[in-house]
Ligand binder design. Structure first.
Ligand code: AMP
Length: 426
């Protein structure tokens, strides 16, 4: 499938690039050596699409969700072009991300790929003390990964001056806009040099993201990785119809029967996360919890322990719904099926990471049929009904649709529609 850019020019194939090697993307020998050390043998479609344009100096819009290798697609062009010395166009890069967890993950991927003598990186996020950040920014650390709020703090204090040519990336741009970062992003971009290179990565391309690209990118090349990307396909999705007051026993049963290697159990609100966590830990070892009210230090510790496999089951709100890449997650539970079908897709994307299979189970109570229908329409797929002995029940009622949507006749992009509701409940 060929996508087109705004000028109608054919774009490189992005969904069947299996024949392309990293060499063919134009990376230099040192970068290839780093990739070999990291164990990456073949570019993923988003990498095959983004890297050649970025190396040629173009601005790029990349449409891809996490789990597609998008982080490396933004890091590699910078690594390839980076050189020490303040006169270099690629002396410093700024990567803006929506959450602290995602920032930590980008830096981790950078450390995974970059050679020991490569560019040093720093996370510039809230919830951490300013001192070390101020010192690192003062030293002009080459790779800055931060959330717009904290980067703005540094701009205002004068501790970060985005002078000199820059490589600027807006990662998960749609999410950053959702959570209200637009003014901060615009302020930052206006202060960056005009001749910078700007890459924008986003799972969806709604109007507000496109407006951002029109204002702050020059003639961007577009690379789309839509429904054919492997992650979603490899996930076995099902739903269980269950009364609200039996969800906990059903969850315990599935955990005991299926013995997930690791799982994330998504709930809608912080308070519910606390309650579920207290109930689960009585029966199951290795349970922990993460939500937006926990202090940053605690959140970091929980994520670290989860990454290392010391925590097996993580009860979470959408604070970890996006961007978190932990390889051994075999199961994602939507303990509360989200109202926003896009959140569903992001949550289940935590399993089935590059090449691995994953299992996603949504719990749907009898009055949540409409949510289930919305998810099914959004992903263009009917979810399989999962039966568990002792928990039999009928398909939840959808007061609007009454019956499930018909199976799609032809495949459509997974991302397209948008129902947005983010709030401070997370
Ligand atoms: P991301 O979509 O950036 O969150 O990446 C998901 C995972 O894929 C990360 O654990 C990366 O380390 C891994 N990854 C990225 N690119 C490649 C590649 N070309 N080959 C193998 N693994 C990769």
């Amino acid at each position: 499938m060929e996508s087109q850019d705004k000028t109608g020019e054919p774009q490189p194939k992005t969904t069947d690039s299996s024949g392309k090697s990293f060499e063919e993307l134009g990376l230099r020998a040192e970068t290839l050596a780093s990739l070999a050390r990291a164990g990456y043998t073949k570019p993923t479609p988003i990498q095959a699409g983004v890297i050649p344009y970025a190396l040629a100096g173009h601005d790029v819009i990349g449409q891809a969700q996490t789990g597609t290798g998008k982080t490396a697609s933004i890091l590699l062009p910078f690594l390839n072009a980076w050189s020490r010395g303040k006169d270099s166009k690629y002396a410093q890069a700024l990567i803006l991300v929506p959450t602290r967890e995602l920032a930590a993950q980008v830096v981790e991927e950078a450390r995974n790929i970059l050679p020991e003598d490569g560019p040093e990186s720093i996370v510039v996020c809230g919830g951490q003390s300013m001192g070390p950040q101020v010192r690192a920014l003062g030293r002009k650390v080459p790779l800055i990964v931060g959330t717009p709020g904290r980067v703005i703090d540094h701009l205002m204090r004068g501790t970060f001056v985005p002078a000199g040519p820059q490589y600027v990336v807006l990662d998960e741009a749609d999410r950053m806009l959702d959570i209200g970062f637009r003014p901060d992003i615009e302020k930052i971009l206006r202060r960056c040099p005009e001749d910078r290179q700007t890459l924008l990565l986003s799972a969806t391309l709604p109007d507000d993201v496109l407006k951002l690209t029109q204002r702050y990118q020059r003639d961007p090349k577009q690379v789309r990785i839509a429904s054919e990307q492997p992650t979603v396909k490899k996930i076995r999705q099902s739903y269980a119809s269950v009364e609200e007051d039996r969800k906990l026993s059903l969850l315990l049963r599935i955990l005991k029967d299926e013995k997930p290697t690791q799982s994330i159990i998504f709930v809608e609100r912080k308070r519910w996360a606390e309650n579920l966590y207290s109930s689960l830990r009585k029966d199951i070892p290795g349970v922990s919890m993460i939500h937006g009210d926990l202090p940053q230090g605690m959140r970091d510790k929980v994520m670290e322990a989860f990454r290392q496999g010391r925590i097996k089951h993580l009860v979470a709100t959408d604070v970890v719904g996006r961007g978190i890449d932990v390889k051994d997650i075999s199961h994602v539970f939507n303990y509360d099926i989200p109202e926003d079908p896009e959140a569903y897709v992001h949550r289940i994307g935590r399993t089935g990471r590059i090449g691995a299979n994953g299992i996603a189970i949504a719990f749907v109570s009898p009055d949540q049929g409409e949510r289930l229908t919305n998810v099914e329409m959004f992903i263009n797929q009917i979810l399989e009904k999962r039966e568990t002995e002792g928990f039999e029940s009928v398909r939840p009622k959808d007061p609007v649709g009454e019956k499930p949507p018909e199976a799609p006749k032809q495949s459509q992009p997974v991302f397209g529609r948008r129902v947005k509701k983010y709030s401070n409940r997370l």
